[in-house]
Design a protein around this ligand. Structure first.
Ligand SMILES: [Mn+2]
Length: 326
């Protein structure tokens, strides 16, 4: 799929000031795409502001060392968003723009949308979309080339992070030869993959790692290893000084075992409240099991807030899972 960037080049040459926006709960592809494009436009003498509905999450703060990303309502007010062009990246959905949706809707200036998602609202924008692209970041690399800007290390680093994170570090089925060719180009101009990886994925606290150890030693196997479950108590959290949020992602480690079809993680929130995370990597619909207990989510990932102690929640939900897997 090839995007014709000539309308974009024309808009850039005709315009002086730009406001770049992306989705709420921004990830590295959102922020990295905004930063890469902002730096490129500024190198042409353009005035560029990045304004989102949400701030940069702390765990990816390293990609915005100069705090270039502004937050509507915190750093800037809606009446101060005058520009010649609005550019929305990494989403095409009004519902994902948060408070920026109203600002862009109300604005009469030209709008540009650069994205790789299948869903498409009518944003009133000229759309530059490639749903076969693994990331918006790679589309920004194309856009930068189209406007005749040479990539710098400052652009390459957030753009490499964008591509790396949207591909699970270059391992998802969306990765193509073109992905790796563009990634190589970014490395050639100064992106440092090992530094970026460490900033993204090697920032655990010791408490979090110790908690993971506790969770992993308590794994129980059911149905001959098709279902793995584990549980964590408030005593476990206190013993290592960890927070409840430190349990995030651990359940996916259970799914890394060969032939596992589903996994459960029980978290004791209080004497009468237990959080249950359900995951499937087979055709099993864990949403249906979660529904039995008043929870829900998706077929492959669901959650339940169980009104009752861990000692009650654990056997009941495991029993329901086993029944669903028989
Ligand atoms: Mn993306």
């Amino acid at each position: 799929m090839t995007i014709d960037w000539s309308p974009f080049t024309k808009i850039v040459s005709e315009s002086q000031s730009f406001v770049l926006t992306s989705h709420m709960r921004p990830d590295c592809d959102a922020i990295g795409s905004e930063l890469g494009l902002a730096l490129a436009l500024r190198s042409l003498g353009k005035t560029v502001r990045i304004i989102n509905g949400d701030g940069v999450p702390p765990h990816i703060g390293f990609i915005d060392p100069n705090h270039d990303v502004l937050v509507l309502g915190r750093d800037v007010v809606a009446t101060d968003l005058k520009c010649d062009v609005h550019i929305v990246v990494d989403t095409s959905a009004w519902g994902q723009l948060g408070p920026m949706a109203d600002v862009i809707r109300a604005s009469s200036v030209r709008k540009v949308n650069i994205d790789h998602h299948v869903s498409q609202d009518d944003l009133g924008a000229i759309v530059f979309k490639d749903v076969t692209s693994e990331s918006t970041g790679r589309l920004i690399v194309q856009a930068i080339k189209a406007i005749g800007v040479t990539l710098t290390p400052q652009m390459a680093t957030p753009l490499f992070a964008a591509m790396g994170t949207d591909t699970g570090w270059f391992r998802f089925p969306s990765v193509t030869a073109e992905t790796l060719a563009v990634a190589a180009k970014l490395v050639a101009v100064g992106a440092k993959p090992s530094d970026i990886f460490a900033s993204l994925y090697e920032q655990n606290t010791l408490a979090r790692l110790l908690l993971q150890g506790r969770i992993l030693t308590k794994i129980k196997s059911h149905l001959g290893g098709r279902l793995l479950t584990t549980a964590i108590t408030q005593d476990d959290l206190n013993a290592v000084g960890a927070e409840a949020t430190d349990t995030e992602d651990v359940i996916n480690r259970l799914l890394s075992v060969a032939k596992v079809e589903a996994a459960l993680l029980f978290l004791e929130l209080g004497p009468q409240e237990t959080k249950v995370s359900l995951r499937s990597r087979s055709t099993l619909d864990v949403n249906a099991v979660a529904n039995e207990f008043g929870g829900g989510g998706h077929k492959a990932a669901s959650g339940v807030r169980y009104r009752g102690p861990l000692s009650e929640a654990e056997p009941k939900v495991i029993e329901a899972m086993i029944a669903a897997m028989k």
